[in-house]
Design a protein around this ligand. Sequence first.
Ligand SMILES: NC(=O)c1ccc[n+]([C@@H]2O[C@H](COP(=O)([O-])OP(=O)(O)OC[C@H]3O[C@@H](n4cnc5c(N)ncnc54)[C@H](OP(=O)(O)O)[C@@H]3O)[C@@H](O)[C@H]2O)c1
Length: 372
Amino acid sequence: MSRRAPSDNREVDPRVDGWMRRAVAMAAASHPHPNPRVGAVVLNPEGDEVSAAFHEGPGNPHAEVLALRAAGDAATGSTVVTTLEPCSHHGRTPPCTEALIAAGVARVIVGATDPDEKVSGSGIAKLRAAGIEVISEVIEGEVIAADPGYFHHRRTGRPRFRIKLAATLDGQIAASDGTSQWITSEAAREDAHQLRAAADAVVVGAGTLRADDPLLDVRLDSFSGRQPQPVVIVGDRPLPEDRRLYDRDPIIYAPRPMAGKPGCEIVVAAGPGGVDLAAVAKDLADRGMLEVLVDGGPTLATSFINGGLADEITLYFGAKLAVGSGLPMLTGPFATLADAAAVEIVEVAKLGTDIRIDAKPRIDSSAQGGAA
Ligand SMILES: NC(=O)c1ccc[n+]([C@@H]2O[C@H](COP(=O)([O-])OP(=O)(O)OC[C@H]3O[C@@H](n4cnc5c(N)ncnc54)[C@H](OP(=O)(O)O)[C@@H]3O)[C@@H](O)[C@H]2O)c1
């Protein structure tokens, strides 16, 4: 079966997608934020793997350089498959384009062009100018899906926010007395911990801090990575005393200066409804947070959605019926059906006894309002 390069429609080796999937698997297993997840594979002229590597984070060598080093002399005349366009500028490490040219590679296969303005096509141009064959945009969608926060951060200047809520099948996230642990089963909660593991920061509002005394850490036996940065959004009411989270050095955004707790950093950002979430987004982006999980209650989730900051919404529905009204998933008035925001359902999965639904707000104007 023939395969054409997405970049220039030339016929290329039909194995390119499989090679790229191997590099994507290397990248997906890493968490080098604020740097991008990058996987690289060196292939001999027959297309067999010689070496593979991923980037471990700031200050460490890039994936292409590690893979070239591991390949040694076999790098000469090889094909290098890399999920992200090689960098062409001097950062904390020298440009990967120089390493690839110096190694004498014959061909470079690139998953996605780097949206960072310091690269943005110049890496590919330098390789081509040096006489190296480049095939680009190979399964680009899968490459971006393995590190959506990086691409989102570089394109929009803010982190990618995922709103997560867990509810009974009839949409209640807590009972009237504030109890919500545990609405979902262990399988769903373990899945939710995977969302935390992928995140650079986990955010809750003060309501959740008061009610649940959460730790916001990843509690999975298999997890050995960096714990996400805890973040709290507080309003006018005072911070609660003695929360376990204070030992995890949270960043606390408040509408006005307030007395903190030892280890907590207070950042003032006043806005409508309490804290200005757009300012929070900017500050988190400046701190190198690319992927942020909003793991609080309905008040904060509603503010993120209304502020146009919800990039993905993950809803877990436990196999329970509240049969009554406690706390709904989102707050505020719902006067008429035309006010409902249209979403795109991305995925529906059954997790043990429960259901997980992933949805994205629709941003095209025709999607505003309810469907007939
Ligand atoms: N099932 C679930 O998925 C889940 C998850 C988390 C929590 N919960 C439950 O949710 C309940 C708490 O609900 P909640 O709505 O109070 O929690 P929340 O959304 O986590 O916190 C809301 C609070 O955040 C502060 N805030 C400051 N600026 C804000 C802004 N711009 N937008 C929104 N909030 C801002 C306000 O604090 P001030 O009060 O200081 O003004 C506000 O009251 C508890 O019963 C908890 O168990 C359930």
